[in-house]
Every structure is written in C-alpha cells, then in structure tokens.
Design a protein around this ligand. Structure first.
Ligand code: THU
Length: 131
C-alpha cells in the first residue's frame, strides 16, 4: 500500500521511463506530474533524428496536463538515466515549471521508487524570468 504521494509519483516516473523514446542518447527519462486536481500525468522524453525537435519528459508532462485544462500543479517526479542515477531537470524544463508553477512546487529527483529526494522549484530556479 502506497501511503505517500511522493512515492506514488516516484514509482509512476520509473514506470513511465520504460516507454522513453531515446534511440539517440539512450538516456531514458520518465516524469509524473501531479496537478492540484489530483490527476497524475506521466510522460517520457521523445527524441528525434532532427535533434532539436526532441522533447524532455518534464515538458511533455506539462504539455499533456495543460492540454487537458490543468493550470495548477503540486509536484513532479523525474526518473532519468539508469536506476540509482539522479537526473536534475534541464534549464528549459525549469523555465517551463516556472511558467506554470509557484516557487513551492516540489520536484522529486528519483533514484528508484523507494529512493528519492525533494527540492523546491524556488531552489532549482531562483530569480526566474516572468512577464
Ligand atoms: N532529458 C529529459 O527528458 N529531461 C531532462 O531534464 C534532462 C534531459 C532528456 C532529453 C534527451 O532526450 C535526453 O534526456 C538526453 O539529454
């Protein structure tokens, strides 16, 4: 039984990573984004032979959620690389988070479903740009 929402997100991010499409870098990433509605949106990195057309897992998760009408978010879990490895969101994904979340948004860096740490968006991207 899963009592902790962070561990639920960590497990879903690890599970999502199995569907990663990363034939070029072979760096597989899964993300699980919790909206304030309670719905969890999972996504993976999706690479392209035209490299800049690739999309990160975190940004893909926001695209799914925003497309469904979600506008407020609580946390995202990110599982990247091999089990036991930590993957911190890239700069573009941090900016995407800053667009849709407040500084108290929680980013869960996942090594495995039972091994993760949390960090606030305000720590990952202080003094973020906003219009
Ligand atoms: N990647 C992500 O999906 N999220 C990140 O925060 C870092 C990088 C992906 C992009 C690319 O498909 C692969 O990892 C290697 O950079």
């Amino acid at each position: 039984m899963k009592e902790n929402i962070f561990s639920v997100l960590a497990e879903k991010a690890c599970k999502a990573r199995e569907n990663s499409y990363a034939p070029y870098s072979h760096f597989r990433v899964g993300a699980a984004l919790l909206a304030k509605s309670g719905v969890i949106y999972t996504a993976v990195n999706m690479e392209n032979s035209s490299f800049p057309a690739g999309v990160c897992a975190e940004t893909a998760a926001f695209a799914k959620a925003v497309s469904e009408g979600e506008r407020e978010f609580t946390a995202i879990a990110v599982a990247g690389g091999s089990a036991g490895e930590e993957c911190f969101p890239c700069g573009i994904c941090r900016q995407t988070m800053a667009e849709h979340c407040t500084g108290d948004f929680t980013v869960i860096i996942v090594k495995s479903p039972d091994d993760y740490r949390t960090i606030k968006l305000s720590e990952l991207l202080p003094f973020s740009f906003r219009l």
